[in-house]
Write a new protein. Structure first.
Length: 117
């Protein structure tokens, strides 16, 4: 019986400490406009390492930002160092995957209150 308890604890610990696993390859399209982010024709690995999403328990914060110069989106895009018109489709990554700790969640530029989902 004690062996089963130890095995169960080991399995639970393994799930918590799960590492990223390669899940595929991403090839940028010929018309990509972000030369600083990726090289045309080069393949980049993708990984499955996101924490599990649990219905009703996984929180997200959604904000609506203005990415025009002078808007509440803040700085130019980190990808191409330019501002973008609001008619363009822009996604701002503000999650734990961001490498800049000061951009996690809502920062001083986002003057729209967060929507908790």
């Amino acid at each position: 019986m004690s062996c089963l308890v130890v095995l169960a604890l080991l399995l639970a610990t393994t799930v918590e400490a799960q590492e990223c696993r390669r899940s595929g390859t991403l090839r940028p399209g010929k018309g990509h406009s972000c030369e600083d982010c990726c090289e045309a024709g080069k393949a980049y690995p993708t990984y499955r390492c996101s924490p599990p999403v649990v219905a009703g328990a996984t929180r997200a914060i959604m904000t609506l930002n203005d990415f025009d110069e002078g808007g509440d989106g803040g700085d130019p895009s980190a990808c191409d160092e330019v501002f973008h018109r609001n008619s363009e489709r822009v996604v701002a990554l503000s999650t734990g995957w961001s490498t800049r700790a000061d951009k996690l969640g809502v920062d001083e530029f986002a003057d729209v209150p967060p929507l908790i989902l």
